[in-house]
Design a protein around this ligand. Structure first.
Ligand code: ME8
Length: 643
């Protein structure tokens, strides 16, 4: 690549909906990689932003009765707020509605038009509005559904402008074949090569204004705006000074990594390289497409409405735990499933039990000594050597896992060192050494354990910055400058540092919060460990009749503010009107449930859900991401008993 700087980008996210964990994942990944490179002393630049043009945004604004600009401003600020909350250290945030971007897009369009690389022609194709893409008939599902989002497509014929993408097909195939790190993981390069086996058509880069006005106007025809993808991809160069600040641009381009999920592989590995080739710029070093976060084996996405809110997850469980889980759980490149119980399990195992426990054991023991400071170690014995080897091995694995984009493997190795630390404590039994008065050996053991924690906290710092600093603080390290080179050398922790009790690092999550999606708002919180999958407990008829099931009529329904899942309903049960809060917002718009005759458990203790009183629970059937409310067949007065 011929440059030592590190320039990483995330996709710029659409502002038609709130950010979800998919967006959080790519952005945290970019953040962690950037933080590691900063620790390595590599000058780094981390860009993220928002994609603010196109029909998705125009449609979302129309739906909410606001202007597209207002839609952009409101949603953009949600992304900014989330990145602040998640301790994202991006150097820049680009919005495609900013002049610094629009001017560059227009200059590129004009240049390509002047060089006949953009021309006008008639276009006929199958268009998917939510995805903003034309598809070939052969790619449609059952000849009528979008292959990406599975919604109906429309046939459109219109005059448009085209970029001569087909000129570059042979060049692109060769480039991919000759640069093994251009598209990663390697199987994604094969996917792109597979796509390129078909003749590559020219790319329609305009949209007539009568159909879509929210976009960057073509500089050579003001009846058209630019296709949102042609506009969006340019952000990677407009943000770093292309055509405006040559020095800055030279410093950062080509990008080290464009990160994204596999959903936007083709736009990044076919459209973008051919655009860059036509413009006359170098290719990015690596385009890396990770897998998808799934719920119930479906991709989590705004359009499918099955998303997990990163803001509420990090508020409930802590930012560092959330960052840790996402990176540790997803094998980079593969899909991963997100469940709250999976989150809690990993949290308790890795963070509360292994890491938290190791720190707690070491500091508590040192604090019990007459002089609660990092002790001076004596001679190393075999146990020490073995342990030290394991910790230093984690340093090497982490380093190579950054280079090879397998952060999950690096984290696994560090957790391996943590577990080795707990084993080392058990094997060397410092409490026995203390009892025996074997101070020299006790000092060695405590020093080695504390030194391991220094290295472990440094290795985990990019992932859990706040907690890593807490670990360092409890070891008495006041210097907040972490240098990777210092991880590789055993013995950098200075004896004599005063150790502090900084409290429980990751408190164990003993109880599962009632989970809205499982309709258990009112059920008693359960201990994770008490769940036994696949075993059905039998109850007596008396147990069943303890629940008073009644018919009820829904009088009003509205979404609960700041939540994605909850609807607040007022229901009538006989003479009585009650309020219940139900986790059905993703499956039923409020207007669809008003007037329905439903079944509720009427004798549940009232509960507070998101600060609202809920007085009963409605019944619903759920399977594979679908939910259907149980309703009454035919006329039946509300308040009738069910059973
Ligand atoms: O595609 N799992 O924006 P977008 C993992 N504006 N990552 C996910 C995900 C999931 N379920 N869902 C989303 C766009 N992501 C365009 C990009 S770039 C020039 C223009 C992440 O809001 C992942 O990084 O739909 C994915 O590629 C991106 O969000 C798509 O975000």
């Amino acid at each position: 690549m011929g440059k030592d700087n590190f320039y990483v980008t995330t996709p710029i996210y659409y502002v038609n909906g709130n950010p979800h964990i998919g967006h959080a994942y790519t952005t945290i990944l970019a953040d962690v990689l950037t933080r590691y490179h900063r620790l390595l002393g590599v000058e780094s630049y981390f860009l993220t932003g928002t994609d603010e043009h196109g029909s998705k945004i125009q449609e979302a604004a129309e739906k909410s009765g606001i202007t597209p600009k207002e839609q952009c401003d409101i949603t953009f600020s949600r992304f900014v707020e989330l990145w602040e909350k998640l301790e994202i250290t991006n150097d820049d945030f680009i919005r495609t509605t900013e002049d610094r971007h629009k001017i560059v897009v227009q200059k590129i369009l004009q240049d390509l038009f002047d060089r006949d690389l953009i021309y006008k022609s008639e276009y006929k194709g199958w268009y998917c509005l939510p995805c903003e893409r034309f598809f070939l008939e052969k790619d449609l599902i059952d000849g009528k559904l979008c292959p990406e989002c599975k919604r109906p497509v429309k046939e459109l014929v219109e005059s448009n402008y085209f970029f001569r993408m087909s000129n570059y097909q042979d060049w692109l195939i060769n480039y991919i074949k000759e640069h093994s790190d251009f598209i990663l993981p390697a199987f994604r390069a094969n996917e792109t090569l597979g796509f390129l086996r078909q003749p590559l058509s020219d790319l329609c880069i305009s949209r007539p204004k009568f159909r879509l006005s929210w976009g960057i106007e073509l500089p050579f025809d003001n009846d058209y705006v630019c296709y949102v993808w042609f506009d969006a991809l340019v952000n990677y160069i407009s943000a770093i000074g292309y055509l405006s600040d040559e020095k800055k641009f030279k410093k950062w381009w080509p990008a080290s990594y464009h990160l994204m999920a596999k959903d936007i592989l083709t736009t990044h590995t076919v459209y973008w390289p051919t655009m860059l080739k036509a413009i006359g710029l170098e290719m990015p070093k690596t385009i890396f497409a990770h897998g998808w976060w799934l719920t119930d084996s479906e991709k989590m996405s705004k359009s499918l409405g099955n998303v997990v809110d990163p803001m509420s997850m990090s508020e409930r469980y802590g930012v560092d735990a959330f960052r840790y889980f996402l990176l540790a759980e997803m094998a980079l490149g593969q899909d991963a499933s997100f469940t709250e119980s999976g989150f809690i399990q990993r949290y308790n195992a890795d963070l509360a039990n292994d890491l938290g426990n190791f720190l707690n054991r070491v500091t508590k023991f040192i604090l019990k000594q007459e002089n609660p400071v990092i002790p001076k170690p004596g001679e190393e014995n075999g146990d020490d050597k073995e342990f030290i080897k394991e910790v230093l091995n984690a340093v090497n694995v982490m380093e190579s896992s950054i280079v090879n984009m397998r952060l999950d493997k690096g984290i696994e190795a560090v957790l391996g060192a943590v577990r080795a630390g707990n084993r080392y404590m058990e094997k060397t039994a410092p409490w026995k050494l203390a009892k025996e008065g074997n101070t020299e050996r006790l000092n060695s053991v405590l020093y080695n354990a504390a030194e391991a924690l220094r290295i472990i906290s440094g290795l985990l710092y990019p992932v859990i910055p706040e907690k890593a600093n807490v670990i360092r603080k409890s070891l008495g390290i006041s210097d907040d400058k972490i240098v990777i080179e210092e991880f590789k050398v055993w013995g950098k922790l200075n004896p004599g540092l005063k150790v502090f009790d900084t409290g429980v690092l990751f408190p164990r999550i003993e109880l599962v919060e009632p989970k809205v999606e499982e309709k258990s708002e009112h059920s008693k919180p359960v201990k994770e460990s008490s769940k036994v999958e696949g075993v059905m407990e039998l109850i007596s008829i008396d147990d069943f009749f303890k629940a008073k099931l009644k018919t009820a009529k829904v009088l009003t329904a509205e979404k609960v503010k700041n939540t994605e899942k909850l609807l607040k309903l007022s229901i009538q049960i006989g003479e009585e009107t009650r309020q219940i809060v139900a986790g059905i917002a993703q499956f039923y718009p409020p207007e669809d449930i008003i007037g329905k005759s439903i079944v509720v458990v009427s004798n549940l203790k009232p509960a507070k859900i998101c600060g609202l009183e809920s007085n009963g629970m409605l019944l619903a059937a759920k399977r594979e991401g679908q939910l259907k409310i149980i309703t009454v067949d035919g006329d039946m007065p509300s308040g009738s008993s069910v059973g």
